[in-house]
Design a protein around this ligand. Structure first.
Ligand code: FES
Ligand SMILES: [Fe+2]
Length: 336
Protein backbone atom coordinates (compact mmCIF):
# COMPACT_ATOMS: atom_id res chain seq x y z
CA UNK A 1 0.00 0.00 0.00
CA UNK A 2 1.17 3.51 -0.74
CA UNK A 3 2.02 5.39 2.49
CA UNK A 4 -0.87 7.38 4.02
CA UNK A 5 -0.11 10.95 3.05
CA UNK A 6 -0.37 13.96 5.32
CA UNK A 7 -3.31 15.66 3.61
CA UNK A 8 -6.55 16.85 5.10
CA UNK A 9 -9.42 14.56 4.13
CA UNK A 10 -13.08 14.60 5.24
CA UNK A 11 -14.19 11.66 7.38
CA UNK A 12 -17.72 12.54 8.60
CA UNK A 13 -20.45 15.15 8.44
CA UNK A 14 -19.89 17.47 11.41
CA UNK A 15 -23.61 17.27 12.22
CA UNK A 16 -23.30 13.51 12.82
CA UNK A 17 -20.91 14.28 15.67
CA UNK A 18 -23.29 16.60 17.53
CA UNK A 19 -23.83 14.43 20.60
CA UNK A 20 -20.96 13.34 22.82
CA UNK A 21 -21.08 9.86 21.29
CA UNK A 22 -18.00 8.43 19.57
CA UNK A 23 -18.29 7.81 15.84
CA UNK A 24 -16.33 5.25 13.81
CA UNK A 25 -14.73 6.47 10.56
CA UNK A 26 -11.97 5.43 8.20
CA UNK A 27 -9.26 7.05 6.05
CA UNK A 28 -6.28 5.63 4.16
CA UNK A 29 -7.11 2.12 5.43
CA UNK A 30 -6.95 3.27 9.08
CA UNK A 31 -9.91 2.80 11.46
CA UNK A 32 -10.60 6.04 13.31
CA UNK A 33 -12.76 7.17 16.21
CA UNK A 34 -14.18 10.71 16.21
CA UNK A 35 -15.58 12.31 19.35
CA UNK A 36 -16.20 15.62 21.07
CA UNK A 37 -15.29 16.30 24.70
CA UNK A 38 -18.36 18.55 25.00
CA UNK A 39 -21.57 18.90 23.02
CA UNK A 40 -23.97 21.78 22.46
CA UNK A 41 -25.38 21.37 26.00
CA UNK A 42 -21.91 21.71 27.63
CA UNK A 43 -21.01 24.99 29.39
CA UNK A 44 -18.47 25.95 26.70
CA UNK A 45 -20.65 24.72 23.81
CA UNK A 46 -19.55 21.99 21.40
CA UNK A 47 -15.84 21.13 21.53
CA UNK A 48 -13.54 20.77 18.55
CA UNK A 49 -13.51 17.19 17.28
CA UNK A 50 -10.81 14.75 18.39
CA UNK A 51 -9.70 11.94 16.09
CA UNK A 52 -7.77 8.88 17.32
CA UNK A 53 -6.85 5.57 15.74
CA UNK A 54 -9.79 3.33 16.71
CA UNK A 55 -7.66 1.06 18.85
CA UNK A 56 -7.13 1.28 22.61
CA UNK A 57 -3.41 1.39 23.45
CA UNK A 58 -4.09 -1.03 26.39
CA UNK A 59 -5.44 -4.18 24.69
CA UNK A 60 -6.57 -3.01 21.27
CA UNK A 61 -10.35 -2.73 21.79
CA UNK A 62 -12.27 -0.40 19.49
CA UNK A 63 -12.63 2.94 21.23
CA UNK A 64 -15.62 3.82 19.01
CA UNK A 65 -17.57 1.21 21.02
CA UNK A 66 -16.90 3.21 24.19
CA UNK A 67 -18.59 6.33 25.51
CA UNK A 68 -17.83 9.94 26.36
CA UNK A 69 -17.99 10.63 30.10
CA UNK A 70 -17.19 14.01 31.63
CA UNK A 71 -15.30 15.19 28.58
CA UNK A 72 -13.18 12.02 28.38
CA UNK A 73 -13.38 9.05 26.03
CA UNK A 74 -13.83 5.82 27.96
CA UNK A 75 -12.70 2.48 26.48
CA UNK A 76 -15.46 -0.17 26.51
CA UNK A 77 -13.13 -2.96 27.74
CA UNK A 78 -11.36 -1.90 30.98
CA UNK A 79 -12.59 1.69 31.13
CA UNK A 80 -9.29 3.50 30.59
CA UNK A 81 -10.09 7.16 29.95
CA UNK A 82 -8.46 9.54 27.48
CA UNK A 83 -8.57 13.33 27.20
CA UNK A 84 -9.16 15.22 23.95
CA UNK A 85 -5.42 15.17 23.13
CA UNK A 86 -5.22 11.38 23.62
CA UNK A 87 -3.50 11.33 27.01
CA UNK A 88 -4.54 8.53 29.42
CA UNK A 89 -6.11 10.29 32.40
CA UNK A 90 -7.59 7.40 34.37
CA UNK A 91 -7.18 3.64 34.84
CA UNK A 92 -10.11 2.29 36.93
CA UNK A 93 -8.29 -0.90 37.96
CA UNK A 94 -5.51 1.25 39.52
CA UNK A 95 -7.35 4.25 40.98
CA UNK A 96 -4.28 5.68 42.77
CA UNK A 97 -2.01 5.47 39.71
CA UNK A 98 -1.24 8.59 37.67
CA UNK A 99 -0.49 7.46 34.11
CA UNK A 100 2.72 8.93 32.67
CA UNK A 101 2.70 11.33 29.70
CA UNK A 102 3.69 8.46 27.41
CA UNK A 103 0.42 6.55 28.03
CA UNK A 104 -1.48 7.84 25.01
CA UNK A 105 -4.00 6.89 22.39
CA UNK A 106 -2.82 7.59 18.85
CA UNK A 107 -4.25 11.08 18.19
CA UNK A 108 -4.34 12.79 14.80
CA UNK A 109 -4.92 16.36 13.69
CA UNK A 110 -8.59 17.23 13.22
CA UNK A 111 -10.62 20.26 12.20
CA UNK A 112 -14.11 21.21 11.07
CA UNK A 113 -14.77 22.98 7.77
CA UNK A 114 -17.55 23.09 5.15
CA UNK A 115 -19.86 21.09 7.47
CA UNK A 116 -17.41 18.18 7.59
CA UNK A 117 -14.88 16.81 10.07
CA UNK A 118 -11.42 16.63 8.48
CA UNK A 119 -8.41 14.64 9.60
CA UNK A 120 -4.75 14.70 8.68
CA UNK A 121 -2.90 11.55 9.65
CA UNK A 122 0.00 13.34 11.29
CA UNK A 123 0.48 13.24 15.05
CA UNK A 124 -0.48 16.18 17.18
CA UNK A 125 1.07 18.58 17.93
CA UNK A 126 3.41 18.40 14.95
CA UNK A 127 3.42 20.95 12.16
CA UNK A 128 0.37 21.27 9.92
CA UNK A 129 0.20 19.00 6.87
CA UNK A 130 2.12 20.23 3.88
CA UNK A 131 0.85 21.01 0.42
CA UNK A 132 -2.13 22.91 -0.99
CA UNK A 133 -4.20 22.40 2.12
CA UNK A 134 -7.77 23.05 3.02
CA UNK A 135 -7.31 26.64 4.12
CA UNK A 136 -5.87 27.67 0.78
CA UNK A 137 -8.83 25.97 -0.85
CA UNK A 138 -11.27 27.70 1.51
CA UNK A 139 -9.97 31.12 0.44
CA UNK A 140 -11.67 30.80 -2.94
CA UNK A 141 -14.78 29.15 -1.53
CA UNK A 142 -15.74 32.21 0.50
CA UNK A 143 -16.62 34.11 -2.70
CA UNK A 144 -19.02 31.42 -3.99
CA UNK A 145 -22.84 31.66 -3.69
CA UNK A 146 -23.58 31.79 0.00
CA UNK A 147 -26.31 29.14 0.30
CA UNK A 148 -24.55 25.86 1.05
CA UNK A 149 -26.08 22.39 1.05
CA UNK A 150 -24.02 19.34 2.00
CA UNK A 151 -24.89 16.26 -0.04
CA UNK A 152 -23.78 12.69 0.72
CA UNK A 153 -22.08 10.56 1.78
CA UNK A 154 -21.93 8.24 -1.21
CA UNK A 155 -19.74 5.14 -0.99
CA UNK A 156 -18.21 4.00 -4.24
CA UNK A 157 -15.97 0.98 -4.89
CA UNK A 158 -13.14 2.75 -6.65
CA UNK A 159 -10.15 4.96 -5.87
CA UNK A 160 -10.56 8.63 -4.98
CA UNK A 161 -8.53 9.76 -8.05
CA UNK A 162 -10.98 7.90 -10.33
CA UNK A 163 -13.84 9.83 -8.67
CA UNK A 164 -12.03 13.15 -9.08
CA UNK A 165 -11.19 12.47 -12.71
CA UNK A 166 -14.84 11.64 -13.42
CA UNK A 167 -15.85 14.97 -11.83
CA UNK A 168 -13.48 16.76 -14.23
CA UNK A 169 -14.60 14.79 -17.30
CA UNK A 170 -17.21 16.34 -19.59
CA UNK A 171 -17.03 13.94 -22.56
CA UNK A 172 -19.28 11.46 -20.72
CA UNK A 173 -22.18 13.89 -20.20
CA UNK A 174 -24.13 12.93 -23.35
CA UNK A 175 -23.89 9.22 -22.52
CA UNK A 176 -24.06 8.89 -18.73
CA UNK A 177 -26.18 12.00 -18.03
CA UNK A 178 -28.26 12.10 -21.20
CA UNK A 179 -31.19 14.50 -20.78
CA UNK A 180 -29.55 16.13 -17.72
CA UNK A 181 -25.98 17.35 -18.26
CA UNK A 182 -25.61 16.29 -21.89
CA UNK A 183 -27.25 15.16 -25.09
CA UNK A 184 -26.32 12.71 -27.84
CA UNK A 185 -26.93 15.58 -30.26
CA UNK A 186 -24.12 17.63 -28.68
CA UNK A 187 -21.25 15.24 -27.94
CA UNK A 188 -18.30 17.32 -29.19
CA UNK A 189 -16.13 18.76 -26.42
CA UNK A 190 -15.36 22.38 -27.31
CA UNK A 191 -11.81 23.62 -27.31
CA UNK A 192 -10.82 24.65 -23.80
CA UNK A 193 -7.64 25.79 -22.08
CA UNK A 194 -6.00 24.25 -19.00
CA UNK A 195 -4.02 26.60 -16.75
CA UNK A 196 -2.16 25.99 -13.50
CA UNK A 197 -2.39 28.11 -10.36
CA UNK A 198 0.65 29.12 -8.31
CA UNK A 199 0.49 25.79 -6.44
CA UNK A 200 0.57 23.91 -9.74
CA UNK A 201 -3.09 22.84 -9.50
CA UNK A 202 -4.79 22.50 -12.90
CA UNK A 203 -7.80 24.68 -13.63
CA UNK A 204 -10.03 25.48 -16.60
CA UNK A 205 -11.09 29.15 -16.65
CA UNK A 206 -13.94 28.64 -19.12
CA UNK A 207 -15.69 25.63 -20.57
CA UNK A 208 -18.98 26.04 -22.50
CA UNK A 209 -21.48 23.22 -22.72
CA UNK A 210 -25.03 22.90 -23.94
CA UNK A 211 -27.07 21.10 -21.30
CA UNK A 212 -30.66 19.85 -21.48
CA UNK A 213 -31.07 20.26 -17.69
CA UNK A 214 -27.96 21.62 -15.98
CA UNK A 215 -29.35 21.68 -12.43
CA UNK A 216 -32.48 21.29 -10.35
CA UNK A 217 -33.26 24.99 -10.92
CA UNK A 218 -32.92 24.77 -14.75
CA UNK A 219 -36.18 25.20 -16.65
CA UNK A 220 -34.91 23.79 -19.96
CA UNK A 221 -31.85 23.43 -22.18
CA UNK A 222 -29.23 26.18 -22.03
CA UNK A 223 -25.63 27.05 -22.74
CA UNK A 224 -23.72 26.81 -19.48
CA UNK A 225 -20.35 28.37 -18.62
CA UNK A 226 -18.27 26.12 -16.41
CA UNK A 227 -14.99 26.58 -14.57
CA UNK A 228 -13.06 23.69 -13.04
CA UNK A 229 -10.26 23.63 -10.53
CA UNK A 230 -8.44 21.11 -8.40
CA UNK A 231 -8.42 22.01 -4.70
CA UNK A 232 -6.28 19.09 -3.53
CA UNK A 233 -5.38 15.59 -4.74
CA UNK A 234 -8.89 14.33 -3.84
CA UNK A 235 -11.04 17.44 -4.00
CA UNK A 236 -12.18 19.69 -6.82
CA UNK A 237 -14.57 22.51 -7.55
CA UNK A 238 -16.72 23.42 -10.51
CA UNK A 239 -18.76 26.56 -10.99
CA UNK A 240 -21.57 26.83 -13.52
CA UNK A 241 -23.66 29.68 -14.80
CA UNK A 242 -26.37 29.10 -17.37
CA UNK A 243 -27.27 31.86 -19.83
CA UNK A 244 -30.06 34.21 -18.80
CA UNK A 245 -31.28 34.71 -15.26
CA UNK A 246 -30.36 31.24 -13.96
CA UNK A 247 -28.76 31.27 -10.49
CA UNK A 248 -24.98 30.84 -10.17
CA UNK A 249 -24.00 27.47 -8.78
CA UNK A 250 -20.87 25.69 -7.65
CA UNK A 251 -20.22 22.11 -6.66
CA UNK A 252 -17.29 21.12 -4.47
CA UNK A 253 -16.31 17.45 -4.49
CA UNK A 254 -14.77 16.12 -1.29
CA UNK A 255 -13.37 12.56 -1.31
CA UNK A 256 -12.61 10.51 1.79
CA UNK A 257 -10.12 7.86 0.58
CA UNK A 258 -11.29 4.94 2.75
CA UNK A 259 -8.97 2.46 1.05
CA UNK A 260 -6.87 2.56 -2.10
CA UNK A 261 -9.94 1.26 -3.98
CA UNK A 262 -12.88 2.49 -1.86
CA UNK A 263 -14.03 6.09 -1.49
CA UNK A 264 -16.67 8.03 0.44
CA UNK A 265 -17.87 11.18 -1.33
CA UNK A 266 -19.57 14.39 -0.24
CA UNK A 267 -20.53 17.40 -2.34
CA UNK A 268 -21.10 20.94 -1.18
CA UNK A 269 -23.70 22.60 -3.40
CA UNK A 270 -23.31 26.40 -3.42
CA UNK A 271 -26.18 28.25 -5.04
CA UNK A 272 -27.90 31.63 -5.37
CA UNK A 273 -31.25 29.84 -5.66
CA UNK A 274 -33.59 30.65 -2.77
CA UNK A 275 -36.67 28.78 -3.95
CA UNK A 276 -35.76 25.08 -4.03
CA UNK A 277 -35.63 23.03 -0.85
CA UNK A 278 -32.35 21.51 0.37
CA UNK A 279 -33.92 18.12 -0.35
CA UNK A 280 -34.64 19.00 -4.01
CA UNK A 281 -31.04 20.20 -4.49
CA UNK A 282 -29.70 17.02 -2.87
CA UNK A 283 -32.02 14.80 -4.93
CA UNK A 284 -30.73 16.26 -8.21
CA UNK A 285 -27.09 15.71 -7.25
CA UNK A 286 -27.92 12.21 -5.96
CA UNK A 287 -29.52 11.38 -9.33
CA UNK A 288 -26.40 12.58 -11.15
CA UNK A 289 -24.01 10.67 -8.88
CA UNK A 290 -26.09 7.48 -9.14
CA UNK A 291 -25.67 7.72 -12.92
CA UNK A 292 -21.89 8.01 -12.48
CA UNK A 293 -21.38 5.31 -9.84
CA UNK A 294 -21.92 2.11 -11.91
CA UNK A 295 -19.49 3.32 -14.58
CA UNK A 296 -16.95 4.37 -11.93
CA UNK A 297 -17.19 0.95 -10.27
CA UNK A 298 -16.74 -0.79 -13.62
CA UNK A 299 -13.41 0.90 -14.43
CA UNK A 300 -10.29 -1.28 -14.25
CA UNK A 301 -7.88 -0.82 -12.73
CA UNK A 302 -9.72 0.83 -9.88
CA UNK A 303 -6.59 2.87 -9.13
CA UNK A 304 -5.85 5.72 -11.51
CA UNK A 305 -2.98 4.75 -13.85
CA UNK A 306 -0.41 7.54 -13.87
CA UNK A 307 2.24 5.86 -15.99
CA UNK A 308 0.49 4.77 -19.16
CA UNK A 309 -1.89 1.94 -19.94
CA UNK A 310 -4.85 4.10 -21.09
CA UNK A 311 -5.38 6.07 -24.29
CA UNK A 312 -6.06 9.81 -24.21
CA UNK A 313 -7.55 12.19 -26.75
CA UNK A 314 -7.36 15.98 -26.89
CA UNK A 315 -10.76 16.28 -25.17
CA UNK A 316 -9.14 14.67 -22.07
CA UNK A 317 -6.59 17.41 -21.51
CA UNK A 318 -7.93 18.35 -18.08
CA UNK A 319 -7.79 14.79 -16.76
CA UNK A 320 -4.31 14.39 -18.27
CA UNK A 321 -3.24 17.58 -16.46
CA UNK A 322 -4.70 16.12 -13.22
CA UNK A 323 -2.69 12.90 -13.67
CA UNK A 324 0.49 14.86 -14.39
CA UNK A 325 -0.07 17.02 -11.30
CA UNK A 326 -0.58 13.93 -9.10
CA UNK A 327 2.79 12.64 -10.31
CA UNK A 328 4.45 15.74 -8.81
CA UNK A 329 2.87 15.21 -5.35
CA UNK A 330 3.68 12.89 -2.45
CA UNK A 331 0.05 11.75 -2.76
CA UNK A 332 0.10 8.44 -4.61
CA UNK A 333 -2.81 6.91 -2.65
CA UNK A 334 -5.32 5.39 -5.09
CA UNK A 335 -2.99 5.48 -8.10
CA UNK A 336 -0.94 2.87 -9.91
S1 FES B 1 -8.47 -2.44 26.00
FE1 FES B 1 -9.05 -0.43 26.42
S2 FES B 1 -9.00 -0.29 28.55
FE2 FES B 1 -8.25 -2.29 28.14
FE1 LIG C 1 -20.77 12.33 -14.38
Amino acid sequence: MNPPPAWWVPVAAAGDLRAAIPLAARAFGEDLVLWRAGDAASPGGPSAPSVFTDRCPHRGARLSRGQVQGGQLECPYHGWRFDAAGRTVGIPSLPDFTPPETHRACAWQAMEAHGLVWVALVSTPRAAPHGPDLLQAAEGLAALPSRRVLCGPFDVATSAPRVVENFLDTAHFGFVHEGFLGSRDQLAVPDYRVEHDDLGRPRVPLYRAWQPRASESASGGAWVDYTYRLLGPWSALLTKKAEGAAPSEAYALWCNPLEEEATRVWFTICTDDQTLSDEALRDFQTTIFRQDAPVLESQRPRRLPLSGGELHCAADRLSVAYRRWLLTLPAAFGTC
